[in-house]
Design a protein around this ligand. Structure first.
Ligand code: PR8
Length: 474
């Protein structure tokens, strides 16, 4: 059985805005541009995403620290490209008469690296792998959008320092694996790109990015990984004594994952006409037990429903919806909206048979099982839901991509809310023309698969050097 998800493809914005408010994810009505309120479900899910990521970071030897929210103008200005990239986007605190202005972090390179300089003396201090989960602040100039493009950005940033370029390369691969693991647990379909040079992170040698698909055909960059080479280490004086006794400048990487964007991807990719469809690992309520009272048997039914909740509560976040003034139908509707992965229905027949009827949120399929089988059935369903979400999402990702042989075709594909694959010469002018005429950005070459160009640049007709993807983006 497939569940209708027509609304989100027809009018994504309306569907999304309505859902995040009704499912108590976020309220976008706070009257300061780009600042939103995360309500209990949004906050809960983002916390779970954070835990999932922090677990992976800890397992691979990253250590959590907390750095200050602000930096000075002097420290901020040390790396030339970085300040060029961010100077127009920072919020500044004016301390008034004579005191220096403070810059609120748009990201923490300029705050962490002066400290790294103090901590790193020799190769024995390397690698250094540090992370923090905090908010950063950017005066985004593009239109802001709840969760997708905010000015107060809840994220995790990791920063590493290494002896050699090959160590830094290895670190990039470790970061890729970490993000892949996390996004896969959440069933998110994405592509990994190497960004074109003109779009890399300010101060990086190169940037990799995870672009998740969205029902409106735009892409949602949920995470990025940057190889910084020695650009920042030179600017901030991060030097160390090498194994041969000489002095060297360190190599660095940094990577970040936006919690609100991952939350947006979960909602947008899995949700349907009934509401949220949450991967079990992040669902605030994983199993909800709904009693279906029958005249004269109310007590037995409620008691049995409570017993079922008890049998599941050791393993799952299980709730019993025993509200007496709400009908079972309204409860079904409510928990479908909230995206609870599994619902257990208990009526007079289930009491008589010592059984339960179990419904899965992703397909809305229902089966009846005995009380004894229930724990193993729920276990199996959770696993199956997780696998199904990922599989479905990956299939959708593939079905959104079309090859284009001309700017006109790119335009048409984007108009149809899809993603175009083209061949490109690598010239910035062609990328700019494409943006002007077709309205999409070159997101880069695939990093997760190898694709070689065979023909001509779709813009200028010159020899193509890259196979790249063009999409509108948040
Ligand atoms: C870095 N430095 O800064 P990045 N709204 C929501 N999410 C956002 C927004 C926004 N306005 N801007 C960025 N993100 C590097 C890596 C330390 C960490 C999220 O990289 O500028 C996006 O998911 O690429 C983005 O991929 C991530 O933060 C990292 O930001």
């Amino acid at each position: 059985m497939s569940v209708q998800a027509a609304k989100k493809f027809e009018n994504f914005s309306a569907w999304f805005d309505d859902l995040i408010l009704r499912a108590r994810i976020a309220d976008n009505r706070f009257p300061v541009k780009g600042f939103i309120v995360y309500m209990e479900n949004g906050a809960y899910i983002m916390d779970k995403i954070r835990e999932l990521l922090e677990d992976e970071l800890e397992k691979t030897g990253h250590r959590k620290m907390y750095f200050p929210l602000v930096t000075s103008e002097e420290l901020f200005g040390k790396e030339a490209e970085h300040i060029k990239g961010f100077s127009r986007e920072v919020f500044v605190i004016d301390q008034g008469s004579g005191e220096q202005k403070l810059i609120i972090r748009p990201t923490s390179e300029t705050i962490m690296y002066p400290m790294f300089r103090l901590w790193i003396r020799s190769h024995a201090d390397l690698p250094l792998k540090v992370y923090q989960s905090v908010n950063v602040y950017r005066r985004e100039t593009k239109a802001t959008r709840a969760l997708y493009r905010v000015r107060e950005i809840p994220w995790n940033e990791a920063h590493t320092v290494h002896e050699s370029p090959s160590d830094a390369e290895r670190q990039v691969r470790e970061a890729l694996e970490i993000y892949q693991k996390v996004l896969e647990r959440l069933g998110i379909g994405y592509m990994i790109f190497k960004r074109p040079d003109f779009d890399k992170f300010a101060g990086a040698v190169y940037s990799l990015a995870f672009d998740a698909w969205n029902p409106d055909g735009k892409v949602n960059q949920v995470a990025t990984i940057h190889n910084l080479g020695r650009n920042f280490a030179k600017a901030y004086g991060i030097e160390f004594e090498k194994r041969d006794g000489s002095r060297g400048t360190a190599y660095q990487t940094c990577y970040g994952l936006g919690f609100s964007r991952v939350l947006a991807a979960i909602i947008a990719q899995h949700g349907d006409d009934h509401g949220l469809v949450l991967p079990p690992i992040v669902a605030p309520v994983q199993v909800v037990v709904v009693p279906i009272p029958f005249k004269g048997q109310e007590r037995e039914i409620y008691e049995y429903a409570g017993k079922i909740r008890g049998a599941l509560a050791g393993r799952w976040r299980a709730a019993l919806d025993d509200r007496e003034d709400v009908t079972p139908g309204e409860k079904f509707y409510h928990w479908e909206l909230m995206g609870a992965p599994v619902r257990v229905e208990v009526g007079p027949r289930e009491v008589a048979e010592y059984s339960a009827t179990v419904a899965r949120r992703d397909t809305l399929e229902r089966v009846k099982v005995s009380f004894e089988e229930l724990p193993s059935k729920v276990e199996e369903l959770m696993r199956s839901i997780e696998a199904n979400l990922l599989e479905k999402s990956r299939r959708m990702m593939l079905s959104l991509i079309s090859d284009a042989g001309s700017v006109e075709e790119v335009k048409k594909i984007l108009r149809d809310r899809r993603i175009a694959r083209i061949e490109w010469c690598g010239e910035v002018e062609c990328a700019e023309r494409l943006k002007e005429e077709a309205g999409g950005e070159i997101r880069g070459e695939r990093y997760d698969i190898a694709e070689t160009p065979k023909g001509r640049c779709v813009v200028c007709g010159g020899g193509a050097r890259f196979v790249v993807y063009v999409a509108r983006a948040y």
